[in-house]
Design a protein around this ligand. Structure first.
Ligand code: PEP
Ligand code: MN
Length: 373
């Protein structure tokens, strides 16, 4: 490996104040395009690390699959000229070798690669003994263990500068998003691995320029540690992800429009109000749990009657009526249908489990045994 000292180092998380900002085009398309975006982003003085894909994993064949290894040379030249560190996506050991030889400042693993433990292991092994920052995107499917597993493979190979990138999750059906954010997943990642920095990639979540400011702000409000946003000198002419890339001046106004909130405040009024509100919430949570306990006791009692009269557990009409009435009650109180329905589904599932344990105690015992083992 011939790592080149002319590539500028970029500051890791503990050396910067505020969110880490990563920007650059979806794909490196030509030396001109890369040089121009590097020049423009360097001029903003706000970018910590440039990104650009040269090996592009595309959903359908025939789409632009990247300029390949020649792009590394273009990246390296502009990087030295404008003093901008850069990274690219790697999906196998050959990519790693070529990228390291070109003196990249960091690497990222794409969402379609994170799903495959064989590929992740191959990349991690190719990095054994090398100290380079590695960013691991979430897998395309909402599987937190798979994401953590991929990160662990790099940690085991001794990679110390490790970070995650939240780029949302694939789905089938309608949504305003290109990839559903499912914020609960990066939040759970932070809870399980608190020292791991998590960068949000609003571009691949939103898929459309107009959605990016709100997603970026939400990411910061959820304590994400940085933002990766795609930027292109002429987004409409981009060879990949045209609808979601920002012109450099739009990128800068998005970043300047972000509100950076504090993790906490030592203001006495804030501290006392917070304590009061939390105490109120604690009391309400205790009441909610108490009520839930009582409600499920009633479900079990219902099971006793249904069993005595040979009546099925699931009653479609009753379930539809519950959904309809409760959503209406919720709407009057400003609760979203989505929340009320998800809550009811959970409630219903547990209620069915309780009734079933009364009606079919044998089956319940077997299931319990299996899960214990
Ligand atoms: C990309 O960053 O351009 C990319 C291909 O992203 P993802 O792996 O998140 O789809
Ligand atoms: Mn992209």
């Amino acid at each position: 490996m011939n790592s080149d000292s002319s590539t500028p180092q970029f500051p890791w998380f503990d050396q910067i104040t505020g969110p880490m900002l990563i920007a650059g085009p979806c794909s490196v398309e030509s030396e001109e395009q890369w040089r121009e975006i590097t020049r423009a982003l360097a001029a903003t003085g706000r970018v910590h690390l440039m990104r650009g894909g040269i090996w592009k994993p595309r959903t359908r064949p025939g789409a632009f699959e990247g300029v390949g290894e020649q792009g590394l040379l273009w990246m390296k030249r502009a990087s030295s000229e404008f003093g901008m560190p850069f990274m690219t996506e790697v999906a196998n050991a050959q990519h790693v070798e070529a990228a390291l030889n070109a003196g990249v400042s960091a690497l990222w693993v794409g969402a379609r690669t994170t799903v495959n433990p064989f590929s992740v292991q191959e990349i991690a092994e190719a990095l054994q003994g090398v100290q380079i920052p590695v960013f691991v995107k979430n897998p395309v499917n909402p599987d937190l263990s798979l994401w953590i597993g991929a990160l662990e493979r790099f940690r085991r190979m001794g990679i110390e500068k490790l970070a995650a990138i939240h780029r949302g999750f694939s789905f089938f059906g309608e949504s305003i998003y290109r990839n559903r954010p499912m914020w609960e997943i990066p939040i759970a990642l932070k809870a399980q691995w608190p020292e791991l920095p998590v960068v949000c990639d609003p571009s691949h979540i939103g898929g459309k320029r107009e959605l990016l400011p709100a997603i970026a702000q939400k990411a910061l409000d959820l304590n994400m540690d940085g933002l990766m946003l795609e930027a292109h000198p002429n987004p409409d002419a981009a060879l990949s992800d045209a609808a979601q890339q920002l012109k450099p001046d739009h990128w800068l106004s998005l970043v300047e429009g972000l509100i950076i909130r504090n993790q906490s405040s030592s203001h006495p009024e804030f501290i006392s109000e917070l304590a009061l509100l939390r105490a109120r919430m604690d009391r309400m949570d205790a009441q909610l749990i108490q009520l839930l306990g009582e409600r499920f006791d009633a479900s079990a009692e219902l099971g006793v009657y249904k069993k005595a009269h040979d009546v099925t557990i699931f009653q479609l009409e009753r379930w539809n009526e519950i959904l309809q009435t409760r959503s209406e009650w919720g709407r009057e109180l400003g609760l979203s249908d989505e929340f009320v329905i998800r809550f009811l589904e959970l409630l219903h599932k547990e209620s069915i489990r309780r009734q079933n344990s009364v009606m079919n105690p044998k089956e319940t015992n077997q299931v319990n045994k299996k899960t214990e083992n």
